[in-house]
Design a protein around this ligand. Structure first.
Ligand code: MTE
Length: 335
């Protein structure tokens, strides 16, 4: 797979490969001697910014920690400067846990993502319920650095750990009628406090979908970790989708069901506000949101005196890899 580095990223924004690898090796080493579990520890040294590692942030069964620690870095990684761990894990959208950016980290502390299973349904030769262990069996985990561009016009660069969604979907032998894949998040108001709220504008559970060729695209991945650690609850533990050329809301978290369908499945934000959020949701600086421009984005970390505004790229910079999927389509109509 080829993930090219777009030519217009300033070199000042780029983490040299050697430093990135050194950081990875350092973190791997830390794993092997078991220091990353120490609450409140600060990992110093090769990291441009220190990573505060709390016990809660590498929670999960030992087998999963081992798999994640042994993930191979994808050699074609995008090399933009990484967004620090604190921002990736404390500035979140996970409305099941609240509507403020710091709610998911605060309110998901007691969420139990293990044991976990995913139902596979619909137009496929093999369907049924599969445990997380079944899903990861034989899957070579990779670390991939992707940009995440939220429709709200902020963005991050995150080193995910996971595997191509296609490797999983192929196992279930989708039939010729499988034109789409529908995804569903857990609905469990006891664990997800905002699902209890009578004022919620979302009809739970959160649902998303992709066309089958988008789902099978080599860039589309399922993540189980980030920054070499188990995926924190607030980022969608234990299993979430990552579709780097689409607005972040397509990257559905804490997935409990995947269904192969013949018709385009309903999607949460499109149900809530169809004139604002489409099914495709491809990052596109030329197609504005009805209430704000999508031409630029605020790359985190950003502050009042250094807002760090950068130009948004078509398909979030992955046009060489994905533009062919939309050949001949009017991207203004299919937003
Ligand atoms: N998945 C579920 N189940 N619930 C959500 O509220 N928010 C989406 C997406 N996946 C969301 C979700 C949005 S709007 C974004 S931008 C990304 O998750 C944010 O992912 P992050 O918090 O890991 O950065």
């Amino acid at each position: 797979m080829l993930i090219k580095k777009p030519s217009d990223i300033p070199s000042s924004d780029i983490t040299p490969e050697a430093i990135y690898r050194a950081r990875r090796d350092f973190m791997r080493g830390a794993f092997s001697v078991g220091v990353l579990g120490a609450a409140g520890m600060v990992v110093p040294g090769v990291l441009a910014e220190p990573v505060h590692v709390a016990e809660a942030e590498n929670k999960g069964p030992d087998w999963l920690k081992r798999e994640i620690a042994s993930a191979k870095a994808d050699s074609q990684n995008v090399s933009d400067k990484l967004t620090p761990y604190e921002h990736v894990t404390q500035y979140n959208n996970f409305y099941e846990f609240g509507y403020n950016k710091d709610d998911p980290a605060k309110n998901s502390k007691h969420f139990q993502p293990h044991p976990w299973s995913v139902e596979i349904a619909g137009e496929a030769g093999k369907t049924g319920r599969f445990t997380l262990e079944d899903i990861l069996k034989g899957m070579a985990l990779e670390e991939r650095v992707y940009r995440l561009r939220c429709v709200e016009a902020w963005s991050m660069v995150i080193p995910w750990v996971g595997f191509p969604l296609a490797s999983l979907l192929k196992r279930f032998e989708p039939t010729g009628n499988a034109k789409y894949v529908a995804f569903t998040t857990l609905k469990d108001p006891k664990q997800m406090p905002a699902q209890k709220s009578a004022f919620s504008s979302i009809d739970w559970p959160y649902v998303e979908g992709l066309r089958i060729d988008e789902a099978m695209h080599p860039l589309t991945m399922l993540a189980v970790g980030l920054y070499g650690k188990v995926l924190p609850n607030q980022n969608g533990a234990p299993l979430r989708l990552v579709v780097p050329w689409k607005y972040g809301f397509k990257s559905i978290k804490s997935i409990v069901k995947m269904e192969f369908t013949e018709k385009e499945p309903p999607t949460t934000w499109n149900i809530s506000a169809p004139q604002e959020y489409g099914f495709y949701a491809n990052v596109n600086p030329k197609v504005d949101h009805p209430r704000w421009s999508q031409a630029t984005e605020r790359r985190l970390p950003s502050g009042l005196f250094s807002p760090n505004i950068i130009d948004t790229q078509l398909f979030n910079g992955y046009a060489d890899e994905v533009a062919h999927l939309y050949k001949g389509m009017n991207l203004k109509k299919y937003y």
